[in-house]
Design a protein around this ligand. Structure first.
Ligand SMILES: *[C@@H]1O[C@H](CO)[C@@H](O)[C@H](O)[C@H]1NC(C)=O
Ligand SMILES: *[C@@H]1O[C@H](CO)[C@@H](O)[C@H](O)[C@H]1NC(C)=O
Ligand SMILES: *[C@@H]1O[C@H](CO)[C@@H](O)[C@H](O)[C@H]1NC(C)=O
Ligand SMILES: *[C@@H]1O[C@H](CO)[C@@H](O)[C@H](O)[C@H]1NC(C)=O
Ligand SMILES: *[C@@H]1O[C@H](CO)[C@@H](O)[C@H](O)[C@H]1NC(C)=O
Ligand SMILES: *[C@@H]1O[C@H](CO)[C@@H](O)[C@H](O)[C@H]1NC(C)=O
Ligand SMILES: *[C@@H]1O[C@H](CO)[C@@H](O)[C@H](O)[C@H]1NC(C)=O
Ligand SMILES: *[C@@H]1O[C@H](CO)[C@@H](O)[C@H](O)[C@H]1NC(C)=O
Ligand SMILES: *[C@@H]1O[C@H](CO)[C@@H](O)[C@H](O)[C@H]1NC(C)=O
Ligand SMILES: *[C@@H]1O[C@H](CO)[C@@H](O)[C@H](O)[C@H]1NC(C)=O
Ligand SMILES: *[C@@H]1O[C@H](CO)[C@@H](O)[C@H](O)[C@H]1NC(C)=O
Ligand SMILES: *[C@@H]1O[C@H](CO)[C@@H](O)[C@H](O)[C@H]1NC(C)=O
Ligand SMILES: [Cu+2]
Length: 568
């Protein structure tokens, strides 16, 4: 199953199948079913001047890109050859009625133990664009991730000028240490884990202070041609700014939904988000620096401040030519991030309408998202306390039986259905309280009837520190109808909601000390995880799940579990 290592030639559509040697479509007889095999194996790699074994798919880092078309069925046979339990999440794929293939460990499945095999099996319905796959257990997604490219149906063009070529750019974070050791050390101490040592672009950091000889990726372009960059943030904990010296980009899609073209110098992208942008090689020659640098506007929070670099390299450029530098925004450039985020709009065309739930909603929810401090007698470094995180003051405790299994087979005692729809206590969420920092434990879900409409306001808290949290919802896309700083005002803020062409996505940043309002329709039965996509916060408990009941008849009901679903 060869692919072009991130590079796809955008062939004329009628030639597409002939280009199978270039894109990864296997020469399968059944063009509608794409088979992939993921062998999870250890691989020794050298980065930042030192070497370590990492968990990979098929020995590749980043892992292989999955290519398919809208309406295809994808079957990925995963075999676990490593010592860790593994599960893989197909981030952003709706998984209509196929929740068993969603992937988060102990939410929709038990993990694949060493030696086990599971075939994820799902159909790509109503989606086209770039997404990502990644491990959804422990911190394994640090190295176990890759792109998903969903091409439009055969013969359906992009709603933007056809690019000459397409490039998948996976942004990541690299630790010199073993990432499991990093998080385990933090859980023992009660303190925050060590930040990463560098960011990466397609697996490479480029020259960095600690290792000036570190390699940089080179993207070769021809002057005058336009390229589609499929940018994926697969970092564990860092939101990133992405820039190319001397070149503006035009964003045309985010999270596999088309947007109104947005010209920008800087792209802001949170872990779990994807952004497709056109870039025209409008210069005639030269080398231009590409940068991925952190966005973290809470100065009290330590961040890996090492910028990853690659180069945009025009064909015919002399080796001696100097690279034009890009100046990344400072880590706290909130205004740069806001300008970008506030400008994104759904394409909302006749062909791709924004199906925003309008009018009164069935569930109007307010969830606080933030940190907390709980006692931990064994946490010496934390002076007997540990950092935790919570939604509506509930720190989610992982069950040992998958929630979806417990739901489908009516296994009691695994979860309760009393997840609060509003904060249990009303306070000034964005202030920094010095008392009442503890949270409650629970494995709670919020239950929704099939097809119910939901408005959910995600409100950051200032407990310990306010911070930007990229919240990811499994099983659905949602519309980002509003956003603001301070405490959400239920009376006045809805008046300014955009119910016409809000951006549609699966992961959204809740601004530091502010709120974000989303709307979605619960048209997918199953159990759907929602969590912060900063892995450190997920580990600390910033997660919950929605349980969506079956509707009427088989088309609105969860399928039975596949026979090879791993058991606990
Ligand atoms: C990685 O390197 C170590 C020692 O450098 C070696 O023992 C081990 O077998 C290697 N592992 C793999 C998967 O190549
Ligand atoms: C995939 O799931 C479909 C039902 O959605 C089923 O018909 C098919 O047999 C499954 N394929 C495999 C290989 O499990
Ligand atoms: C974390 O950082 C500290 C301080 O630099 C270092 O002593 C420790 O070994 C690091 N932990 C891991 C797991 O790398
Ligand atoms: C790049 O886009 C910005 C708008 O974000 C615009 O102000 C600027 O003039 C553009 N630069 C070039 C070189 O087109
Ligand atoms: C990055 O952080 C380190 C340690 O906190 C600091 O010494 C260094 O000056 C910072 N570098 C930049 C470019 O801000
Ligand atoms: C960013 O942080 C620096 C200190 O590191 C501060 O001087 C500057 O004012 C901050 N900028 C913004 C926009 O907050
Ligand atoms: C623990 O207490 C010591 C002594 O009071 C103090 O210096 C240190 O900063 C504290 N550590 C934390 C994480 O609060
Ligand atoms: C909360 O759950 C954690 C495990 O996730 C446990 O260590 C802790 O003791 C629990 N706290 C309470 C108060 O039950
Ligand atoms: C809430 O706290 C913030 C930050 O301390 C403060 O600026 C604001 O005035 C407070 N709001 C209310 C209503 O007290
Ligand atoms: C969260 O729950 C804990 C434990 O019950 C309580 O002490 C704390 O006051 C609550 N905090 C908030 C903000 O509701
Ligand atoms: C879901 O609700 C929408 C809006 O009320 C309605 O148009 C649609 O028919 C409903 N779908 C189902 C399957 O009930
Ligand atoms: C792996 O998963 C199984 C099934 O959930 C569990 O019993 C086992 O403890 C897990 N192993 C580790 C090392 O966590
Ligand atoms: Cu978070």
């Amino acid at each position: 199953m060869e692919n072009c290592r991130g590079r796809v030639r955008a062939c004329p559509l009628f030639l597409f199948m002939a280009a199978a040697a270039c894109i990864s479509f296997p020469a399968a007889v059944d063009a509608r079913v794409r088979h992939y095999k993921f062998n999870v194996v250890m691989k020794n790699v050298t980065r930042l001047c030192s070497s370590k074994p990492i968990v990979t798919v098929n020995g590749e880092f980043p892992g292989p890109t999955l290519y398919a078309r809208e309406d295809d069925t994808v079957i990925v046979k995963v075999v676990n050859h490593v010592k860790y339990n593994v599960s893989i999440h197909w981030h952003g794929i709706r998984q209509l009625r196929t929740g068993w293939s969603d992937g988060p460990a102990y939410i929709t499945q038990c993990p694949l133990q060493t030696g086990q095999t599971f075939s994820y099996n799902f159909t790509l319905t109503g989606q086209r664009g770039t997404l990502l796959w990644h491990a959804h257990i422990l911190w394994l997604r640090a190295t176990l991730h890759g792109g998903i490219v969903i091409l439009p149906k055969l013969g359906v063009p992009y709603p933007f000028p056809k690019p000459h070529e397409e490039l998948v750019l996976v942004l990541g974070e690299w630790w010199k240490s073993d990432t499991e050791a990093v998080i385990n050390e933090a859980l023992k101490s009660g303190l925050a884990p060590n930040v990463s040592d560098a960011h990466t672009i397609n697996g490479h950091a480029g020259p960095v202070p600690s290792c000036p000889s570190s390699q940089a990726r080179r993207l070769s372009v021809d002057g005058g041609k336009t390229y589609l960059l499929r940018i994926i943030n697969a970092a564990l904990n860092d939101e990133l700014f992405f820039k190319i010296a001397g070149h503006n980009m035009t964003v045309v899609e985010v999270d596999a939904t088309y947007v109104k073209p947005l010209e920008t110098e800087t792209i802001v992208i949170s872990p779990g988000q994807t952004t497709n942008a056109l870039v025209t090689a409008g210069r005639s020659t030269g080398k231009y620096l590409i940068t991925a640098s952190p966005f973290m506007d809470t100065l009290a929070v330590a961040v890996d401040n090492v910028t990853a670099t690659a180069t945009l390299h025009y064909s015919g450029t002399l080796a001696s030519s100097v690279t034009a530098l890009a100046v990344p925004p400072p880590r706290n450039a909130t205004s740069v991030a806001d300008r970008f985020t506030d400008s994104l709009r759904s394409l909302n065309s006749k062909v791709y309408p924004a199906k925003v739930p309008r009018g009164a909603v069935d569930h109007s929810l307010l969830f606080t998202v933030g940190l907390g401090i709980n006692p931990c007698p064994t946490c010496k470094a934390g002076n007997g306390s540990r950092a935790v995180a919570a939604i509506n003051n509930v720190t989610f405790v992982m069950p040992t039986v998958a929630l979806l299994q417990a739901h489908f087979f009516n296994i009691s005692g695994v979860f309760t259905e009393d997840f609060p729809g509003n904060p249990p206590t009303v306070f000034n969420y964005t202030a920094s309280p010095t008392t009442g920092l503890a949270t409650t434990n629970g494995t709670k879900v919020y239950r929704l009837a099939y097809n119910a409409t939901v408005q959910l306001v995600l409100q950051d808290t200032g407990i310990i520190v306010p911070e930007n949290h990229p919240i990811h919802l499994h099983g659905f896309n949602f519309f980002v109808v509003g956003r603001g700083i301070g405490n959400y005002d239920a009376k006045n803020d809805p008046k300014r909601f955009n119910l016409v062409d809000p951006v549609e996505r699966n992961t959204v940043g809740v601004p530091s000390g502010g709120w974000t309002a989303i709307r979605f329709r619960a048209d997918n039965p199953g159990v759907w995880f929602m969590h912060c996509h900063l892995e450190v916060h997920t580990t600390w408990g910033l997660k919950m799940a929605f349980l969506v009941d079956d509707g009427k008849g088989p088309n609105e009901s969860l399928l039975p579990p596949p026979a090879d679903l791993p058991r606990c």
